[in-house]
Design a binder for this molecule. Structure first.
Ligand SMILES: CC(C)(COP(=O)(O)OP(=O)(O)OC[C@H]1O[C@@H](n2cnc3c(N)ncnc32)[C@H](O)[C@@H]1OP(=O)(O)O)[C@@H](O)C(=O)NCCC(=O)NCCS
Length: 176
């Protein structure tokens, strides 16, 4: 019999700082797909708390967390710049703990991000970078309307190997 688990998805608050850092450090070394590696996030819980508070108040940033029994198992974010010339661009990031891959959580979290972005009047362009070899993530982004803009040769170096990185984007909202 399949086990049913309840997953809660909500916006992150400063009290999530420790759980987010734990999740980020653990997932950074689970695959070679993350830009971060064994060095980890390199910030303290207090610094993360401050960042989360700022992010929560920002109009073009959002961080969603997915939790099972209070434990963070996924994060998905849109990061927008404070620069007036760049604030319409939101950079997407998503990472689910490996034990929970393949259950549709990545799709659900991306859909939640897109719903949030569609209601946002500042963001006009969503973009992300993904390793060319990360077929699952590329499939997920394509499924949700992201298009390949460019392939960046030697876009990342993992385990001594230079790898291609894809730049993908999706336009949102209307331009006056
Ligand atoms: C990429 C990631 C977010 C996907 O999350 P997930 O919860 O496993 O994704 P889902 O279960 O919602 O969907 C996975 C989709 O990929 C498909 N897929 C799985 N393996 C695949 C493969 N090797 N090639 C192509 N598609 C694949 C699945 O069939 C599914 O598509 P469908 O809904 O059309 O059937 C997750 O694997 C992850 O966090 N990876 C590590 C971090 C990462 O790579 N982040 C992105 C960096 S830019």
């Amino acid at each position: 019999m399949e086990e049913q688990v309840d997953v809660v998805i909500r916006e992150a608050v400063p009290q999530d700082a420790e759980g987010i850092l734990k999740h980020t450090s653990a997932t950074a070394i689970e695959t070679g797909f993350m830009t971060m590696g064994e060095e980890g996030p390199g910030i303290t819980v207090e610094e993360e708390e401050e960042q989360l508070a700022k992010l929560y108040e920002s109009d073009n940033n959002v961080l969603l967390v997915a939790l099972i029994d209070g434990q963070i198992i996924g994060t998905a974010s849109i990061h927008g710049s404070s620069s007036p010339k760049l604030q319409h661009i939101g950079e997407i990031g998503i990472v689910i703990a490996k034990d929970f891959w393949g259950f549709g959580l990545g799709t659900t979290m991306m859909e939640e991000l897109l719903l949030w972005a569609d209601k946002n009047s500042i963001l006009k362009r969503l973009e992300l970078t993904v390793q060319a070899r990360n077929k699952k993530a590329r499939h997920l982004y394509e499924k949700l309307g992201f298009e390949l803009e460019a392939i960046m040769p030697r876009g990342v170096k993992d385990n001594g190997e230079y790898l291609d990185v894809c730049l993908m984007s999706r336009m949102i909202g209307k331009i006056d």
